[in-house]
Design a protein around this ligand. Structure first.
Ligand code: FE2
Length: 389
């Protein structure tokens, strides 16, 4: 790896040292209404906005925050805005996983040298608070990764404090009643544990290689169709790891089964284009978090009673109350390092595309391999209900 090109970048010799997940950007049909959905259902604070009232004429974007999770929800206000065009093709979904870096220009140039294709060239925005530089590369399908570097009051450490302006053209909203409710009734989501992409059959290894070559990720785990298959449908998955405990990006492709793979269903309803299938949001207290989310009306995949007949033999003792685990329909799995609890929402929009996982790790570094069968049988019931199996 060559050294950083900017003299300001003294903290690292690697221009692609990813410091944090700066934000996850969604393109949605109506950002104002989506903001209320994610706030009400998942406990996010609606903190800031960039729209006509801040001088932005072509789009409206809301900043939602919780723990170290930052969502940008963007809708286009003009028919030629990229968000409007993509919503026609894909419906609501995730466009961008943005990484904070020391120097956006150096990161972008290094990524292009490593073989990436540009999504947009560096754009610098400065005002009295500081400077933000953004650039982006194209990843699988409609997904891109923005590299963002921040100075002055726009540093990530500063904007993590409530009330500090996130980006130029944003303003802090007057505190909304929903925010006070969420502070009084926290759902306890902390950060994005992993972010899963769906690609076409035969393309998984291509994108695994891309993450290795372009961003320096390492292969963390590999699941083949024997691990992830039911009687009817199958998929394969390789988990890419950014290192430094920042983020893992599993990449799925469909495998041949008796019926349609859930990955094919996703692609069918995503204009045949790869994209983000799910975000896993980490909590330190699965019981409290999922209890809160259920009271708020979040719709989760239904796990049958039979799952709980055998799970404790497989997993052994856990510190949570096993009756509560069953009542909340949580999935449990163990690997050699510990156990995890997890649960999956139904799709978050009308299309069977993006969903969330709520995960709590008690030592386990895995992804719930022991739950794949129960999970996919449950998913197939949903797929059948949608007429897509
Ligand atoms: Fe997951």
């Amino acid at each position: 790896m060559s050294t950083a090109t900017s003299p300001e970048s003294k903290t690292s010799n690697d221009p692609l040292r990813l410091i944090d997940v700066d934000y996850v950007q969604f393109y949605v049909g109506n950002a104002k209404q989506s903001a209320y959905f994610y706030a009400q259902a998942f406990g996010f604070e609606i903190e800031q906005v960039s729209d006509l009232t801040t001088g932005v004429r072509e789009s409206a974007t809301y900043l939602l925050t919780q723990g170290n999770i930052r969502f940008l929800l963007t809708t286009g206000l003009t028919s030629d805005h990229e968000a409007q065009q993509e919503i026609q093709l894909y419906g609501d979904g995730i466009k961008d996983i943005a990484f904070t870096v020391d120097d956006s220009v150096a990161a972008y140039e290094q990524a292009l040298k490593n073989g990436a294709e540009s999504a947009y060239e560096p754009i610098e925005c400065s005002d009295e608070l500081g400077t933000v530089v953004r650039s982006a590369i194209k990843s699988f399908g409609r997904v891109r990764h923005t590299f963002i570097s921040r100075t002055g009051k726009y540093s990530l450490d500063n904007v993590k404090n409530r009330g500090q302006q996130f980006l130029p053209d944003f303003k802090v909203l007057d505190d909304l009643a929903i925010n006070q409710y969420n502070r009084d009734n926290p759902t306890g989501l902390f950060y994005v544990d992993h972010c899963v992409g769906n690609v076409q059959m035969g393309k998984m290894d291509h994108w695994v290689g891309w993450y290795e070559e372009v961003l320096g990720f390492k292969l963390f785990k590999h699941f083949d169709d024997k691990d992830i298959s039911t009687e009817y449908s199958a998929l394969m998955s390789k988990v890419m790891d950014s290192g430094r405990e920042l983020i893992k990006i599993p990449i799925n492709e469909p495998a041949k089964g008796k019926f349609k793979s859930q990955i094919e269903e996703y692609l069918d309803w995503h204009n045949g284009t790869p994209g983000i299938q799910h975000l896993a949001l980490l909590t330190k207290d699965e019981i409290n978090t999922v209890g809160q989310l259920r009271r708020r009306g979040v719709d989760f995949l239904r796990i049958p009673d039979a799952y709980y007949d055998s799970v404790w033999d497989r997993v052994g003792e856990i510190k949570e109350d096993t009756e509560l685990v069953k009542d909340l329909r949580l999935l449990v799995d163990r690997d050699d390092k510990g156990y995890l609890l997890q649960i999956f929402t139904k799709p978050l929009q009308d299309r069977p595309t993006l969903f969330f996982e709520i995960i709590c790790r008690r030592g386990s570094e895995s992804f719930g391999k022991g739950n794949f069968k129960a999970l996919f049988e449950s998913l197939e019931i949903e797929q059948r209900n949608r007429g897509n199996l």
